[in-house]
Design a protein around this ligand. Sequence first.
Ligand code: ZN
Length: 245
Amino acid sequence: MRTAVISDIHANLEALNAVLEQIVKLHVDETVCLGDIVGYNASPNECIEIVRSAKITCVLGNHDAVAAGLEEPDSFNLLARWAVLWTLVQLKDENKQFLLELPREQPVRDFFLFHGSIHDTNRYIMYRQDAIDNFRELADLPESPRLGFFGHTHVKTIVSDRFGVVSASVPQEEQILHTDTRYLVNPGSVGQPRDGDPRAAFLIYDDIDRVISFHRVEYDMQRCRDKIVNAGLPPELAERLASGR
Ligand code: ZN
């Protein structure tokens, strides 16, 4: 089975469409999403409607939680707060309802989906201790899955616990998974990459070959940037797309 894993779409319709077109070409069996469908960019309803109609398995992100009215944006910086409160006003009721019904984490066959950290949507996996804590939570889950997919940092990442040593490696384009090792893997962000590469990011997990491949795709960034400015969102949000930071 070949699974495409996408994350942090952040209302970037142009990037989402480009990624989904590429996924079709790569012959995947299913697509899953790690949350934050909305926030920052200007097409929240359109992006939710694509995820809904494609029946993409999805978990709730921290921006989704605020946009749905579940949480306050207390930990958000000024730009993120502006955008998420704008989104809250824009969202159609049925799309808000869709976000409200998303689970915060989801087991799928031999892997596990969550947004920030296991049992904590808002916590980043950024430092070694974060990874150690999440490997422990992964092991404590029913059936102790060996593979966890997470988003939230917008940076493609692969962390392993091979021989009990927790270490992050620079993700190669293709990564073969050892059977006796646990992994925490972030595909990077579709709609607002922060790893210096402004192209939309996603990955494909092949559970037969036990290979993860990381992918990037160009999209119509100018159109997305124009929409941000025309919507009255902060122009900084349009500028950061080009830098990939
Ligand atoms: Zn995000």
